[in-house]
Design a protein around this ligand. Structure first.
Ligand code: VG1
Ligand code: CO
Length: 535
């Protein structure tokens, strides 16, 4: 078996985004596109002086993960990796379960073949999340260096063996991650209490035909006694059955409607790669930002957190509900840029033990990825220990702290150049003291982040505006889209009067929404567009 150098030419579009490199599947399938990116990623680690002894390959099961597996194995072994762990049947496993494998087997890194919640298949998207030895996504210093490598790469390493031979190499070990992950969850949560809860409550879990189905069956049905029928869309498919596997009211509409019509006591869903979750009560939708605040409030009910937390973190666009709860409990709160990789240093340094994002993601210090099933078990544990309903839990929090009305608006697939120009303009423009209708801009700042642990600087992570009445507006461009650009607008407004808590969120924020359109000249720039997903 000889190591060979295969000549290649650089691509100019391999800059990793919020969660790795994501492109349309057809773009990824161009000759050497994947190979270039993987070799560039390994080059950066090798140049950093890291010894790459063992490596994990996982994925959310989307096409063409299984098809490209032999190529990846050859590249890894040719680069000196001695042990390759291939995770999941048909390369299908939730990202958090893969993160757990990287940590448990002390791997030096990993490639997760996933474009997360983006649709899959030949007409969908594909992606690679580059993982570090802590089981988390590579920090910006690494992804920027990878991007530089991709601009000049001229060859990649491989082996002169067939695909079949590559799959059978004795350096390759195939792992089923489900047992390890389920054991981990069982060690963290009160499974006896949840088992009792399942005896007299109804439940639905929507796997959206993506990676979480088999893990959900093992945990909720086999270990916790949930009804087998309560796990729906559980068969993983390499195109996710054509659905957009994003667990929110728009894309998990059937489950959302079922729950809003009172279908079960508790409903939930996970995204394509299982790191996001949606939480629903009977006729009640829990906003992800509120969910993070509630997990924080009740953390002592969870055996794993019974001795308390050191601190919590949220991404900057996430609502401040968690800040209010944490303050009451005397906990530190950190605000990081969007993307789970920014939590990793805080988790590694044990400054925080729980964190989350408004985009349906929460997780903790036991791995380095967000984790849909973790958040769901956390909720079940709370329900089982308090004997309250989802709605009661949320309303109690609002009554204690006030309600942070919050919404995220995404304008998908807009002109990229125009979007980038708008962001640049908003970065430089002076808005302080400007009056728009009933609102006066109190402050406008560009969010530049200095990692409190590593000191790494990440500039231009979005624009934050406060108005005179305490409204907070955040604006950034998405880093996970694959066509055009996506503008993300986040609005938060605090309300202390309980009589107003039941005003529908979009109605409550209507005036601010119009203000945002005016400030950012959305219609002037992009014509008559509407936000295509409102979370
Ligand atoms: C989105 C979310 C962000 C999340 C990221 C990856 O990024 O806003 O909170 O961390 O997706 O999640 P962006 O740049 O499109 O806003 V996943 O489940 O796609 O790995
Ligand atoms: Co995801």
């Amino acid at each position: 078996m000889n190591v060979i150098d295969v000549l290649t030419k650089p691509f100019d579009n391999q800059k990793p985004g919020t969660g790795g490199l994501r492109k349309q599947t057809k773009v990824f399938m161009q000759e050497n596109f994947l190979e270039n990116f993987l070799q560039s990623s390994l080059n950066v680690r090798i140049k950093n002086g890291d010894v790459l002894n063992s490596w994990v390959i996982g994925g959310d099961g989307r096409y063409p993960g299984v098809e490209v597996l032999p190529k990846i194995i050859k590249i890894l072994i040719a680069n000196g990796v001695k042990k390759v762990f291939v995770v999941g049947k048909d390369l299908t496993a939730p990202t958090p379960a893969i993160s757990n494998i990287i940590r448990k087997y002390n791997a030096d890194g990993g490639f997760i073949l996933s474009a997360s919640h983006n649709p899959a298949g030949i007409n969908g998207d594909f992606g690679v999340k580059v993982e570090m030895n802590n089981g988390g996504g590579a920090p910006e210093s690494i992804t920027n260096a990878i991007y530089e490598e991709t601009k000049t790469i001229s060859s990649y390493k491989s082996l002169d063996i067939s695909d079949d031979e590559a799959l059978k190499l004795n350096q390759v070990e195939y792992l089923d991650p489900i047992k390890d992950y389920a054991d981990l969850m069982e060690s963290m949560f009160d499974f006896d209490a949840i088992k009792s809860w399942f005896k007299n409550h109804t439940f639905v879990f929507d796997a959206m035909h993506a990676s979480t189905g088999p893990t959900a069956i093992e945990i909720f049905v086999n270990r916790l006694g949930a009804n087998r029928d309560s796990i729906i869309n559980e068969v993983p498919m390499n195109d996710f059955n054509g659905v957009h596997p994003e667990p929110n009211p728009t894309y998990a509409k059937n489950t959302f409607d079922f729950m809003m019509n009172g279908g079960a006591d508790f409903g939930c869903a996970c995204d394509g790669d299982g790191d996001r979750n949606m939480i629903l009560g009977k006729g009640f939708y829990v906003k992800p930002s509120d969910s993070l605040a509630i997990l924080t409030k009740y953390h002592k009910l969870i055996p794993y957190y019974q001795n308390g937390l050191n601190g919590v973190a949220r991404s900057i666009p996430t609502s401040s509900a968690v800040d209010a709860v944490a303050k009451n409990m005397g906990l530190d709160v950190y605000a990081t840029p969007t993307g789970w990789k920014f939590f990793a240093t805080l988790l590694d340094a044990n400054k925080i033990n729980l964190c989350g994002e408004e985009s349906f993601g929460q997780g903790g210090d036991y791995i380095r990825e967000k984790d849909g099933i973790f958040a769901i078990l956390f909720w079940l544990n709370i329900l089982a220990k308090t004997s309250k309903s989802v709605e009661e839990i949320v309303r109690e929090m609002w009554n204690e702290n006030g309600r942070y009305f919050y919404s995220q608006y995404s304008y998908e697939n807009v002109d990229k150049q125009k979007a980038e120009n708008l962001l640049l303009k908003m970065q430089s423009i002076d808005l302080n003291g400007k009056v728009f209708g009933d609102f006066t801009i109190k402050s406008k700042e560009v969010f530049n982040y200095v990692d409190p642990v590593s000191g790494e600087v990440s500039n231009n992570q979005g624009i934050q505006i406060f108005t005179n009445d305490g409204t907070r507006i955040f604006f950034r461009l998405s880093g996970t889209g694959t066509i055009g650009a996506t503008l993300r607008l986040y609005i938060e407004k605090y309300e202390s009067n309980p009589e107003k808590f039941d005003i529908p969120v979009l109605e409550y924020l209507k005036d601010v929404f119009l203000l945002v359109d005016e400030i950012f000249e959305i219609h002037q720039n992009f014509g008559d567009i509407k936000p295509s997903a409102i979370n």
